[in-house]
Ligand binder design. Structure first.
Ligand code: ASP
Length: 341
């Protein structure tokens, strides 16, 4: 009898071990995966058809994603901080004119560029954000400075610019953000609007950047940076700098960065909603995120996507548009893509 009992327990142990070892795919969203670190980035969700992108653009996106993944994984594999990986990768993406953040920011209806960014530390829920800045070269750094060098969370406009300058952020002439491609997109958009007399602000979002990380110490961090949406009213601020809407990080839950039609992401507090669903519904990261993007948001015609990583090292990158520029690197795995898998 005892032999039979020990035999049964032994078999059960073997089966349990095999099941959890076989479940190493960190994208799975279930089971016990514990990669040493996880780093995920996005370069915006939107309508990407191969014939609509300029020649060679897909490769440019992938190259930039891979470079940003290198930056994050160099920091994280050396034992560095999730927050540092997020900030440094986003700085790199902000400096690339092909993304709608930093240098390549889209234009407002007024022909200006107004940039938004936020960052959050999952250890403490400390967070920092800037909105509507016009002369800060790397808004993600200004957001981090708000978090670390001010008593505040969210600063906007001239006050945020003045603060950024006072703490040593790089300040540039607003013409630094002029790119012909984005300006022509504004002109096309305004032309279409005149012809169809539609309201502004509903242009397909593309090119916002974001990063989420789990470091070797189990810390989560998230950040997002954007120029917003082409032809947005000047003064409009989207979800990207709004903590709980575009960005959230909680060591006991998830780190998340969103991209898409910001007004909906604010109304539905998407980033915080994901963290809550994950924590309180006891469901996998993947199912919580899929529900929000594919059912809740898609159900109200809100386009976009998100990237997220949970405290156990699962990640997810759902989107309800035709593409989302994205990539992931862990201690065991790497992938980058633009279109659907
Ligand atoms: N969420 C951004 C905004 O509404 C745009 C985007 O992600 O493309 O400002």
């Amino acid at each position: 009898m005892l032999k039979f009992f020990l035999f049964t327990v032994g078999i059960l142990l073997i089966v349990t071990t095999l099941t959890s070892c076989g479940d190493r795919d960190p994208a799975n969203g279930e089971g016990e995966v514990s990669p040493e670190f996880v780093f995920v980035i996005h370069g915006g969700a939107g309508v990407f058809n191969p014939d609509q992108l300029p020649e060679g653009r897909e490769q440019e996106y992938l190259d930039a994603v891979n470079r940003a993944l290198d930056i994050g994984s160099e920091i994280l594999s050396g034992g560095g901080d999730a927050l540092e990986a997020v900030e440094q990768a986003i700085i790199y993406l902000e400096d690339q004119p092909i993304f709608n953040a930093g240098r390549g920011a889209v234009f407002t209806s007024d022909g200006t560029n107004e940039l938004d960014a936020s960052i959050m530390d999952g250890r403490t829920r400390n967070s920092g954000a800037v909105g509507g800045v016009k002369n800060v070269k790397n808004p993600i750094t200004a957001a981090r400075k708000v978090m670390e060098e001010s008593p505040h969370v969210f600063m906007v406009g001239p006050g945020a610019e003045q603060f950024a300058a006072s703490v040593g952020c790089d300040i540039v002439d607003p013409s630094y953000f002029y790119t012909a491609e984005r300006f022509e997109a504004l002109q096309r958009r305004q032309q279409r609007e005149m012809e169809s007399e539609t309201e502004d602000g509903d242009d397909a979002p593309t090119g916002t950047v974001g990063a989420v990380a789990l470091d070797m110490n189990g810390n989560l961090a998230a950040g997002t940076s954007t120029g917003g949406m082409t032809n947005k009213r000047f003064g409009r601020i989207g979800d990207s700098p709004v903590i709980g809407a575009g960005t959230y990080a909680d060591n006991a839950g998830v780190a998340v960065s969103c991209t898409g039609h910001g007004e909906f992401f604010i109304r539905y507090a998407v980033a915080h909603d994901l963290n809550s669903r994950y924590k309180y519904q006891n469901i996998s990261l993947d199912s919580a995120a899929s529900y929000i993007i594919h059912e809740k948001l898609a159900g109200i015609d809100a386009s976009g996507g998100l990237i997220a990583v949970d405290r156990n090292g699962h990640y997810t990158m759902p989107f309800n548009t035709s593409g989302m520029i994205r990539g992931v690197v862990t201690s065991e795995y790497r992938k980058s893509a633009v279109y659907r898998d």
